[in-house]
Design a protein around this ligand. Structure first.
Ligand SMILES: [Zn+2]
Length: 147
């Protein structure tokens, strides 16, 4: 399987779309050929056997045309819909990142902040013991070392 996951029988999206378009064109051509054969004036309207044979072959051509159309449509759908879902996923991921970032920030705030002090106060981490002291402090409030 291809790494992007949008493959079928080892075909990528581009070839699926191209094959789908080609199959649909072949199907339309077969359908038109069968329609013109059916509508073409008969050389001998009283040769029922020949007319019947021509009608039968036209129906077979039309049937094959429908199969080609269906296959082409399926391939086109696979080729075209996958990129849309991928696009939606790539569009949604930054929003998810933002949300998780905000959640992480909120958690950090909730656990790291001293509830007695203002949240807007910038903290300075003591290089000796790791205690979070307010920015304007000169000495560490826990171990007494100068910050
Ligand atoms: Zn300290």
């Amino acid at each position: 399987m291809s790494r992007d996951g949008g493959s079928l029988f080892g075909l990528d999206r581009g070839s699926l779309t191209a094959i789908g378009a080609i199959l649909m064109v072949i199907g339309i051509i077969l359908f038109l050929v069968s329609a013109t054969t059916m509508m073409a004036p008969s050389s001998n309207p009283f040769d029922f056997a020949a007319n019947q044979a021509r009608m039968d072959s036209s129906f077979v051509t039309a049937f094959i045309g429908i199969i080609f159309l269906a296959l082409g449509f399926g391939a086109l759908r696979l080729g075209l819909i996958r990129p849309v879902t991928t696009y939606v996923a790539s569009e949604a991921s930054p929003a998810i990142e933002r949300v998780s970032e905000a959640a992480a920030g909120g958690l950090k705030k909730g656990f790291g902040a001293n509830p007695l002090k203002s949240e807007s106060l910038v903290k300075v981490k003591c290089r000796n013991c790791g205690y979070l002291e307010s920015e304007d402090a000169i000495y560490c409030g826990k171990c007494g070392k100068p910050l």
